[in-house]
Design a protein around this ligand. Structure first.
Ligand SMILES: [Fe+2]
Length: 595
């Protein structure tokens, strides 16, 4: 039975605060009267990438944005069930594996006793909150974040990640306001953990750099499928079993060990050690098995929950190459992928699940954008620049678009800081670094002089939605950079900076109603050049969270070789910056952990 809304004077909307934290990528989401009012990652405020802390800053900004206090919140919803995770999975796993994992046991126990077991008490104390604290299961949060935001009247809902309480993969059925998980696979059998384990084995950071492995895969051949099938047995319905003799993640400090090194015949690569063809071939083989499993799971989901519509969430749903394969297989007519598909999106899912299941709320329209964080006014931006003594040009709206579009031609790299910050891992035109996709040199320039990262990773293009089919093999929107499709063969040489070695591109489409200023900029660029495509990458350096404030944006601008910074209606040119503000790049980079 839905909870009856508490009696309040006036007609204040039901206000729900969703929270995900204490693992990685913590976030908060405020839903009022069924509308997603605000959502943001904590890392953007604390400047600590993948911050797992209670998202106090994100909550503070959410309440401020809505003009309310914590006393106006009717319920806080936590994105997973910590007691179930602790007593049902974590403790029994350590007992069955004892004495293996003694060290991790101690570390884990300390963490759990400190904060994770006392979540309602901690939230009430830390946030000075007096109302109820509700819980949804981890995969229910993922499923809700995709289905309730999709606008579909019904859908099959697939979630795939590392692990929640027990579940690692689920299939659910959504119809109207009802959403039920009908089948699930359990830990330790996990596609997300397989991906993370191989990420670790080939020398990248777990829970952080899986997307790099996906970017590396097109440079390799699937030469290690036999070894992959030794690691994981895949059945026709997409269910699978891991061969646990190769993995340590149940209780160990590391994801894998000697057994996997013997299987592949190579040692685990150290971070920053050279990447060889072997690592590329392993990455490609991993990508192949991931795609095979995703296709089979989605085919099975269609049988279990017949519908034209598919919703996807969970960390593996950020694998946009696999998503593109699922789309092209034509199993479903329509696909909605939650843009915050990882655990940060659990905050949104938890809040929406409570809105429907606890409060009996109506369905929302489709989530059309992710500009859900905080914004800075023109006055605030100018005040910051004036206080820093930085020279800038203040331009009118039309002039700003025209001038920036002109500057974007050629080799300039432009920091673009506008409006509300994006929710989810991608910069989608409000906290972005932009450059001309026609210029191949920009690939190297942005990678090495701005991002300070390896050069194998491709850049994503933003394309005007009405032009997507002319330039890419895609017949629909892809507003969140979650679908990969081929650049049309006749266009590949025109936009080399966003076309991967295999001819593919990770596409963001943009419509004017989603982000007028960003759309107008690309439209103006197209009018000047005939090309409706630009490079869009996140506004940060390697290892740094995406910029949140004018201060962060200016810091990144001054410490890198970025040529232009556009914030609100202010335009800054590097060549006009006084010598006194030139900063030490090395020192700046050192404060961020490598991922
Ligand atoms: Fe998850």
């Amino acid at each position: 039975m839905p909870i009856q809304p508490p009696h309040r004077p006036g007609d204040k909307p039901i206000t729900i605060l969703g929270i995900s934290c204490y693992y990685h990528d913590s976030a908060a989401c405020l839903v009022r009267g069924g509308e997603v009012v605000f959502a943001a990652h904590e890392e953007r405020y604390t400047r600590k990438k993948h911050d797992e802390a209670l998202p106090k800053n994100a909550i503070e900004h959410a309440l401020k944005y809505a003009g309310i206090t914590i006393d106006d919140v009717d319920a806080i919803v936590f994105y997973e069930k910590p007691l179930l995770k602790f007593f049902d999975r974590i403790i029994p796993t350590y007992i069955t594996q004892w004495p293996l994992g003694f060290l991790t046991y101690h570390r884990a126990m300390h963490e759990w006793m400190q904060k994770k077991l006392w979540i309602p008490q901690n939230l009430k104390k830390e946030l000075k909150y007096k109302g109820p604290v509700l819980f949804t299961s981890h995969h229910e949060s993922h499923a809700a974040s995709a289905y309730y935001a999709s606008g579909f009247p019904d859908a099959a809902v697939v979630t795939v990640d590392g692990v929640g309480e027990w579940a690692t993969t689920t299939i659910g059925r959504g119809k109207g306001t009802e959403l039920n998980i009908v089948q699930e696979l359990h830990f330790p059998h996990s596609l997300g953990l397989l991906y993370s384990a191989i990420t670790y084995y080939i020398g990248f950071k777990v829970n952080s750099a899986e997307y790099k492995v996906m970017g590396l895969a097109p440079y390799g051949e699937p030469k290690y499928m036999k070894e992959m099938r030794e690691l994981i047995e895949v059945r026709e319905d997409g269910s699978f079993r891991m061969n646990m003799k190769y993995f340590n993640y149940e209780v160990g400090l590391r994801m894998t060990g000697r057994a996997i090194e013997q299987l592949f015949g190579q040692p685990t690569r150290r971070q920053e050690a050279p990447l060889t063809q072997f690592h590329k071939d392993v990455a490609r083989s991993l990508q192949e098995i991931t795609e095979e499993i995703m296709l089979k799971v989605c085919t099975h989901a269609k049988k279990l929950c017949p519908s034209d519509n598919l919703c996807l969430a969970g960390g593996v749903a950020l694998n946009c190459v696999a998503n593109g394969k699922v789309l092209r297989a034509g199993i479903f007519k329509n696909i909605f992928i939650q843009p915050a598909a990882g655990d940060a999106g659990g905050a949104l899912g938890a809040a929406l699940a409570a809105w429907h299941k606890e409060y009996g709320g109506e369905r929302l329209p489709k989530m059309e954008h992710v500009y859900l964080g905080n914004a800075y006014t023109q006055d605030e931006i100018e005040a910051y620049l004036n206080a820093q003594g930085l020279p800038y040009e203040k331009l009118g709206d039309a002039e700003l678009i025209e001038t920036t579009a002109g500057l974007l031609q050629g080799t300039n790299v432009v920091g673009w800081f506008q409006g509300r910050m994006e929710y989810g891992p991608r910069s989608l035109g409000n906290r972005s670094i932009l450059a001309d996709a026609r210029n191949k040199e920009n690939w190297q320039k942005v990678n090495l002089k701005i991002k300070f990262r390896e050069s194998f990773r491709p850049f994503a293009p933003t394309v005007l939605e009405e032009k997507v089919s002319e330039w890419f093999d895609l017949d629909r929107e892809s507003p969140y950079m979650l679908l990969v499709a081929d650049t049309r063969p006749d266009k590949r040489e025109l936009i080399p900076a966003v076309t991967h070695v295999d001819g593919s591109a990770r596409i963001q489409t943009i419509r004017r109603d989603q982000n007028p200023r960003y759309y107008d900029l690309i439209k103006a660029f197209e009018q000047k050049t005939g090309c409706p495509v630009i490079i869009n990458t996140s506004f940060n350096v390697r290892g740094e969270p995406i910029v949140e404030s004018p201060k962060d944006a200016v810091n990144c601008f001054l410490h890198t070789h970025m040529d232009i910074l556009v914030m609100g209606n202010c335009l800054l040119r590097k060549e006009k910056m006084p010598e006194s503000v030139k900063r030490d790049t090395e020192a700046y980079l050192k404060q961020f952990q490598l991922d």
